[in-house]
Design a protein around this ligand. Structure first.
Ligand code: TMP
Length: 208
């Protein structure tokens, strides 16, 4: 794919970090600034995303971790071809609620080799900006308790600690920008918007 004019911004974090609410809030804020912006999410509602949700996240059928990683990668490529790339070609800002770094953090935490996870995602366009909302796993678990899907092994405390540790490494290597998700909602929302605004200004001045 040639370079496209749109902007791909991903929002990342452990379960219960508030990323979906913040991603939707960010879409509204950016729209108010006059940009054309679309919210999307992974796993998707497409064929592969539905398999992931029904057979892995909701049912936890004990599918091999490497197969799970491949399914997420397939869902991502399908998402890119059908939705993300066409939007980027139209010059839109795409806010993606989870993307490549979720695979690195979650499938890495499951014990898979991170370089292999990167390899199977090689054709996934790199995000222009990836924002990571940091919360303690205890907070994340408390927020989702009583909600859906606590049955998934992806959400145990120990697992979320391992996921968070990988996200932290990605922050250290500057692949992700970290925002403290334990601050009050409005403060977190404002910090995310500030990071995005700074990125968009920088890009306008110096290009992608
Ligand atoms: P969510 O609906 O809260 O985003 O949850 C989706 C779950 O799928 C979450 O536990 C993280 C997991 N996941 C992966 O393990 N790898 C991935 O690549 C993606 C996109 C999600």
């Amino acid at each position: 794919m040639g370079r496209v004019s749109g902007v791909l911004i991903c929002i990342e974090g452990i379960d219960g970090c508030g990323k979906t609410t913040h991603a939707r809030r960010l879409v509204r804020s950016i729209r108010k600034m006059g940009f054309k912006v679309v919210y999307t999410t992974e796993p998707t509602d497409g064929l592969y995303g539905r398999i992931i949700k029904q057979r892995i996240l909701d049912a936890d059928e004990g599918i091999q971790d490497a197969v799970v990683a491949l399914l997420f990668a397939v869902d991502r490529l399908d998402h890119l071809e059908k939705e993300i790339k066409p939007l980027l070609r139209k010059g839109m800002i795409v806010i993606c609620d989870r993307y490549l770094h979720s695979s690195i953090a979650y499938q890495g935490a499951a014990g898979l080799d991170i370089e292999w996870v990167r390899t199977i995602n090689r054709y996934a366009v790199a995000p222009d900006l990836a924002v990571y909302i940091d919360v303690f796993p205890e907070i994340g678990l408390k927020r989702i308790a009583g909600g859906r899907r606590l049955k998934s092994s992806m959400e145990s405390l120990e697992n979320l600690e391992a996921v968070r540790a990988i996200y932290h490494r990605l922050v250290e290597s500057n692949e992700l920008i970290s925002i403290d998700g334990t601050a009050p909602f409005e403060v977190v929302a404002e910090r995310i918007l500030k990071a995005v605004r700074e990125y968009l200004t920088e890009r306008r001045q110096h290009g992608p």
